[in-house]
Design a protein around this ligand. Sequence first.
Ligand code: BDR
Ligand code: CA
Length: 313
Amino acid sequence: MHRRKIIIDTDPGQDDAVAILLALASPEALEVLGITCVAGNVPLPLTEKNARIICELAGKPDVKVFAGCDRPLARKLVTAEHVHGKTGLDGPVLPEPTMPLQADHAVDFIIKTLRSEPSGTVTLCPLGPLTNIATAFQKAPDIAARVGEIVLMGGAYFEAGNITPAAEFNIYVDPEAADIVFKSGAPITVMPLDVTHKALVTKERNDAFRALKTPVGAAVAEMTEFFERFDREKYGSPGAPLHDPCVTAYLLQPELFTGRHINVEIETLSELTLGMTVADWWRVTERAPNCTFMGNIDAEGFFALLTERLARL
Ligand code: BDR
Ligand code: CA
């Protein structure tokens, strides 16, 4: 299998953590060039620390972790402690990390990597607000054309919003950044809430994580148990949606997902619908398609893949 080079851009977050674990458990398919952290679910000092905690949990302390932007391009940071807890990784008790944070700024790492690797060979995997990616595109306008693919978690169409009635969290936190990325011309694949709300951790699925009888299995079970209390209350759903791992699963088994190549524009002006992903799902405009917007997932296949891979760590 062709080994894909990826940069994971993230704001861990329990579901980000599972996405990272799935990538680190799949070295034959994915080469993680670096993990770049951004402010989102919790402030930057916590997201970069959480990324290192997760690498150490996976037994991969050599992964390069970078700190990036600590606030959105043009707005005050909105965080989501009400979902993820005070630390962003509430649930399991995990040791403080000892592996170092890289000295470079995440944005500089993204630019350097896209310029030094052969054009079209690096995949960006944003799992949080798009601030780091947009800043890199602004600072180095040549790099967007060198991106192989951007596979991101963000947005919604049929599911509308989770942080406002109209907007999904990652896009809402930094709509100006999302606008830059969606207009960048880079090939984009989107995992919106329409997909991730079907990737639900039921009790049976969580029991399967715990039954791995490993520190990783236990930590994943405890993380999802922590943040499912929020989703159960809000949606009446049987468990937590594993949003961000859909990105990693797509890289490993794209056939688990179906979607449409359509136009998506980001609302940056209206107070009421700020951060909305205006998706032309029914192709009612002449606007040129700029992304593949996923709509469905084989949830059984997704959880089978996830559990099998987590068992390796
Ligand atoms: C997204 O927002 C965050 O809370 C999750 O980590 C995910 O990336 C879902 O809207
Ligand atoms: Ca996230």
